[in-house]
Design a protein around this ligand. Structure first.
Ligand code: CDV
Length: 321
């Protein structure tokens, strides 16, 4: 009996700074309605889906940014989303800013069963950007100011989803997708579906404010396609897209199969749903052939991966005469 799962990426168009959570939630409910119409059993929403991408705004006192954070999940503002998920029987992944009862702040994603029960949570590990106001940048990227590095590792959980039965589920958030180590940690736990949301500015503000548009999208797709292929997993990568208060984010959300092929791709910078039917048995094929880790991996040769953070120059060879 094939294990088939219909998944969707629910891309969100821009959310302006002045938009309250009810604006985002209303749009997300509409996306869940579309997902239901199109037979999706699992929906992935973007990183920090409930608000504008606030790390572009500097606050001297980080407590001033607390209005962007959720102190509990679910909460009254997201109740319509949870009601819609229950009504349609759809499981979903939601990215949000989390402030814990101890006052710790994380860039978080959680996966919920249609009942609203939280199945598991992930806190972003690879935080890009900087901690202090940078006068040289045209746009700030203050994730290192507002969030702590995630403390939950890269968990994979086996949980029943839709008609597929139990599925090995993993998560990463935005910048994590550029790090092969993150994918491999999920691959080593036999992940079958990686859910990830992103907010990627069209401009690389570390590159004197310019980088060709097509490279931003190429690098995003390259990372997800390579990660899926090399770890024999499906991936759903969902963008927040379009122009938020004058600042442009790339779209191009994709669903990728374990061969690294794009199965579906968003074509707008707006709210858009893309859907794909996944044959989860394709993951086992990758895991027993080229990426049979038990047979082919050589961890004894990879010690630098965990022993070292920055790169070091290699020994130099000079001609003897
Ligand atoms: N939200 C992100 O993590 N954005 C980064 C940008 C800053 C490069 C990304 O990897 O897309």
């Amino acid at each position: 009996m094939p294990r088939r799962l219909t998944v969707a990426a629910a891309q969100l168009g821009p959310i302006q700074k002045s938009d309250g959570r009810e604006v985002a939630v209303q749009r997300m409910v509409r996306l869940l309605e579309w997902a239901h119409t199109r037979g999706a059993e699992l929906v992935v929403f973007p990183e920090l889906a409930l608000t504008t991408f606030f790390p572009r705004w500097y606050h001297e006192d980080i407590r001033e940014a607390d209005r962007w954070f959720e102190t509990e999940m679910p909460n009254p503002a997201v109740a319509p989303l949870f009601e819609a998920a229950r009504r349609y029987g759809i499981a979903f992944h939601l990215g949000y800013a989390e402030k814990t009862p101890e006052g710790r702040r994380f860039n978080t994603a959680a996966f919920f069963a249609p009942s609203g029960e939280m199945v598991f949570k992930y806190r972003k590990i690879h935080l890009p950007g900087h901690r202090d106001y940078d006068p040289v940048r045209k746009v700030q990227h203050l994730e290192k100011r507002y969030f702590e590095v995630g403390d939950l590792g890269f968990p994979v959980v086996r949980a029943p989803v839709g008609s597929a039965g139990p599925v090995n589920l993993g998560m990463m958030i935005c910048n994590d997708r550029r790090w092969p180590e993150a994918w491999r940690v999920l691959g080593l736990q036999q992940v079958e579906l990686v859910m990830l949301g992103y907010n990627t500015p069209s401009m690389n503000s570390e590159n004197k404010g310019f980088e060709a548009h097509h490279l931003r999208v190429l690098h995003s797709h390259l990372s997800v396609q390579a990660g899926c292929y090399q770890n024999a997993t499906f991936g759903v990568a969902t963008a927040k897209a379009g122009v938020e208060d004058g600042h442009e984010l790339i779209g191009h959300s994709v669903i990728v199969n374990p061969q690294g092929e794009i199965m579906a791709q968003a074509t707008t910078w707006d709210d858009e749903l893309i859907v794909a039917d996944c044959d989860l048995d394709l993951c086992a094929f990758g895991r027993r052939t080229v990426f049979d880790f038990a047979r082919h991996r050589r961890p004894e040769a990879y010690t630098r991966i965990t022993a070292q953070t920055g790169s070091v120059p290699p020994p130099e060879w000079t001609p003897s005469r």
